[in-house]
Design a protein around this ligand. Structure first.
Ligand code: ADE
Ligand code: ZN
Length: 342
């Protein structure tokens, strides 16, 4: 099982670039930019990463983000993730970024987007990976702030594939953002949203019905509502689940209760992703591996999960077809090799 996880081509559809900020880079950038952080060493940073819930994580996430100031900082952050993802055979990465986490502390939108876009271009040249940027709105800020951000982003529209919704979910339902999502969709952008991570099933209903999202990020509370479960499975609305994140934020504990097998068996389209790998102890392959170990995932289940990631992505039909083929070829080669050895 383990060689297949590392070798299988896959898509990552739920990762926040700001959540890939490793403690080493955070401390380097903070020192370069003269930003004061309450940590003296990498060890101090890691020791602080004990979360009780989403908010206790978000507090440290926004603190870490404050170390990033200039275009090179955003370039370096994104490039480090693309390199790592590519080394794990991620061939398609649809990555979130949170512009308001930067503009609200005085960083220009153009600084952020130029750094991330340059890194995406260079990574696509250098590695075997294709990249899409998804601009996420912070749902604990008002819709007017999201709308201003969208208006500013539209001059860079060709560099962005979609919009998302993240940050503190409880008390910030999708209906707060109907207008900005409609405007984004009218401009041809795809829509996704975090829903049912800590919020109730009703938030997933409104993300689907009112924001008209193409995927649900997390979606753990869908299973509290039978009618919603039926809708999500019958319409094959993909779920971007994040096992180590759910564990570390106390959404699903212990990990062997993570319902991935149930989802597959009941016709859902779950995918495996890392969310904020620098904070939750692992990139995408470590997430596959953790579930593989805890649940004894079969080869078939791993292949289904990798193919789901292709199905759920915003790639063209042709690219999806090529990647399905590549997955099958990788599987065949692996089986042939194992036969030859034994
Ligand atoms: N921002 C970064 N990671 C997040 C998560 N798991 N939920 C909501 N907002 C986030
Ligand atoms: Zn997330």
């Amino acid at each position: 099982m383990f060689p297949i996880i590392a070798q299988i081509p896959k898509a990552e559809l739920h990762v926040h670039l700001e959540g890939t900020l490793e403690p080493e880079m955070m401390l380097n950038k903070a020192s370069k930019n003269g930003v004061a952080l309450p940590y003296r060493s990498v060890n101090d940073v890691r020791k602080a990463y004990r979360f009780s819930d989403l908010q206790s994580f978000l507090d440290l996430y926004y603190l870490g983000v404050s170390s990033m100031v200039d275009k090179n900082d955003f370039y370096d952050l994104a490039m480090a993730y693309f390199k790592k993802a590519s080394s794990q055979n991620v061939r398609r990465a649809e990555v979130f970024f949170d512009p308001q986490a930067h503009t609200r502390r005085g960083i220009d939108f153009s600084t952020v987007i130029n750094g991330l876009h340059d890194a995406a271009i260079d990574a696509q040249d250098k590695y075997e990976i294709s990249i899409g940027l998804i601009m996420s709105f912070l749902r604990d800020l008002p819709e007017e702030s999201a709308m201003r951000t969208l208006e500013e982003a539209l001059q860079y529209k060709k560099w962005i594939i979609g919009v998302g919704l993240d940050s503190k979910e409880l008390g910030n339902p999708p209906e707060k953002f109907i207008n900005v999502f409609k405007r984004a969709r009218d401009e041809g952008l795809m829509a996704v949203a975090h829903a049912g991570e800590e919020g109730p099933a009703e938030y997933v209903w409104s993300a689907i019905k009112l924001l008209k999202v193409s995927r649900i990020d997390h979606g753990y509370h869908i299973f509290d509502d039978d009618r919603l479960s039926l809708k999500v499975s019958q319409e094959r609305i993909p779920l971007t689940t994040c096992p180590l994140s759910a564990l570390r934020l106390n959404h699903i504990v212990p990990l062997n209760s993570f319902p991935i097998r149930n989802m597959i068996e009941h016709g859902f389209v779950p995918t495996i992703n890392s969310d904020d790998p620098a904070y939750f102890g692992g990139y995408i392959n470590e997430n596959y591996m953790a579930l593989g170990t805890e649940l004894g995932l079969t080869l078939d289940e791993i292949i289904i999960l990798a193919k789901n990631s292709v199905f759920a992505s915003f790639m063209s039909y042709e690219k999806k077809r090529d990647m399905y083929e590549e997955i099958d070829m990788t599987l065949m080669e692996l089986i042939e090799n194992e036969r030859r050895i034994s």
